[in-house]
Design a binder for this molecule. Structure first.
Ligand code: BGP
Length: 478
């Protein structure tokens, strides 16, 4: 009973939310570098600007300056007993424009040094190749993954990484939360179909663009998986899914069917990654809508690039009620979500549901029978620093404790094969959805806020000591 002996306890961040140094050592502009700061209090959303504009606030330019602080931060992770550290490689450090012929040596060297620093403490790097940070040039010139040439650019970048970090990185993932874009409906003009870095404008058929660019990403992912297996057979490469299960709001069969359709629409990506082909329901949908983006040869590529494990993030669950809007097709849109009255929510409205994590682990396990890694799970909150410099973040401990218990039950009672757990995020960083500093997840407090006040110094919160115990006891003591 209990977690495997080599269970990977750790934490996860992403390059663009932490590194800062956005234009240092030859780095190019990424899509994250043209996203402005938002604010949860005033409900100001992030905006995407066409290029870096004077006078705008771009929080990812500074991040928490992990680029210059990584030794100090990794030492703190080691102090907690981390066995794994998940982060991403900023594509634009390696290929600044994305379509460059040769990689940038200074960028490659940064990750060499950072991975060495992890290994010094016996910490396994778990690396995402693309975490919402495609080169802006590719979005601007090619409209991101709408253009098949971006498949080649991504594969070139991936191969460069596999070759360079062979032996240093054992766990890879291709696209972070590739399925987030399934909720394209609310994204109006001048928004972004996220991971594919597709910029949409008034009058565009967003739905068609999403499925098309996602298909190209799935091809890019499959080709990268194949290349990884060839270049470094000892490495494991997974997909990364943003998993937030959708429940029916009631036992009305139409609500139940609607929830099932929502799951199919949001998670068809997993089937493609794991089984190497689309589910028949999705192919039927494409046929019905007249989408013809699957070209001869594509299915063979997908079949040859099956992942070794499923990486996923889990923060919350959703509930849906059928509105009849889409008739018999039961197409699903974000507007079909309703509040789940059984659950409390964070200050950002994220519904807290530890049991849902066990549900999700079972959902994956029933279908795919692959090892899994929970590569994100955490609680964003407004932390208050006390006079003595500490933070009493018991609410964060409560959240994580309940979720770890749920995953332990899934291992002990449901037979789930779990490789590791890298909580999000061990150190305060810039929020991806809102661009805020004040939405904090860390065990480590970073002295910096939305108003750009603070000296970036790091200090330990109460949860730091709690998680240290969790790592030390392999999840026995929560
Ligand atoms: C996931 C992303 C992360 C991360 C996390 C928390 O969707 O993969 O990049 O930021 O969510 O979200 P947020 O930062 O918006 O609170």
């Amino acid at each position: 009973m209990g977690f495997r002996k080599d269970f990977l306890w750790g934490g996860a961040i992403a390059a663009h939310q932490a590194e800062g140094a956005w234009d240092v050592d030859g780095k190019g502009i990424s899509i994250a570098d043209v996203m402005t700061a938002g604010d949860n209090v005033t409900k100001t959303p992030r905006r995407i600007t066409r290029g870096v504009l004077e006078g705008e606030d771009y929080p990812n330019h500074l991040g928490i300056d992990f680029y210059h602080h990584y030794k100090e931060d990794i030492a703190l992770f080691a102090e907690m007993g981390f066995k794994a550290f998940r982060t991403s490689i900023a594509w634009t450090r390696i290929y600044p424009n994305g379509d460059d012929e040769t990689p940038n040596e200074a960028g490659l060297k940064f990750y060499d040094d950072m991975f060495d620093e992890c290994r010094k403490y016996g910490i396994e790097p778990v690396i995402t190749l693309s975490h919402f940070e495609m080169p802006y040039h590719l979005a601007d010139k090619y409209n991101g993954f709408m253009d098949r040439r971006c498949i080649d650019f991504f594969v070139r970048y991936a191969k460069t990484c596999f070759e360079r970090y062979k032996g240093k990185v054992k766990y890879w993932m291709t696209f972070n939360e590739i399925n987030n874009q399934a909720e394209f409906v609310k994204m109006g003009a001048h928004h972004l179909v996220q991971e594919g870095a597709v910029l949409v404008k008034e009058g565009d058929d967003i739905e068609k663009m999403m499925y098309t660019s996602a298909h190209h990403e799935l091809l890019a992912s499959a080709l990268a998986v194949k290349a990884c297996h060839e270049i470094d057979p000892a490495a494991k490469i997974g997909c990364m899914i943003g998993m937030n299960g959708v429940y029916p709001a009631t036992s009305n069969p139409e609500d139940v069917l609607n929830a099932q359709k929502a799951m199919q629409q949001k998670y068809y990506y997993v089937e493609v990654h794991v089984r190497g082909h689309y589910a028949s329901g999705m192919l039927k949908k494409f046929e019905r809508k007249g989408y013809d983006f699957i070209l001869p040869g594509d299915n063979e590529i997908l079949a040859e690039g099956k992942v070794d494990y499923i990486g996923f993030s889990y923060y919350m669950s959703f509930a849906t009620k059928y509105t009849g809007r889409f008739g018999d097709t039961f197409d699903f849109s974000e507007e079909d979500y309703v509040r789940n009255t059984y659950l409390k929510a964070s200050d950002w409205g994220w519904q807290i549901d530890p049991v849902g994590l066990r549900w999700c682990l079972n959902w994956f396990n029933d279908r795919f029978e692959l090892p899994m890694m929970i590569v994100e799970n955490g609680f964003g909150a407004y932390d208050k620093r006390l006079e003595d410099g500490t933070v009493d973040d018991q609410y964060r401990i409560d959240y994580l404790k309940a979720h770890i218990k749920a995953m332990r039950d899934a291992v002990n009672y449901d037979g789930v094969d779990l490789l590791g757990y890298t909580m999000w995020a061990p150190i305060d960083i810039v929020s991806a959805s809102t661009g805020e500093y004040d939405k904090r997840y860390g065990f480590i407090y970073v002295d910096y806020n939305n108003a750009h006040e603070g000296d970036m110094s790091r200090s330990r919160k109460k949860s730091f000591y709690w998680y240290k115990k969790v790592c030390e006891t392999n999840g026995e003591e929560l």
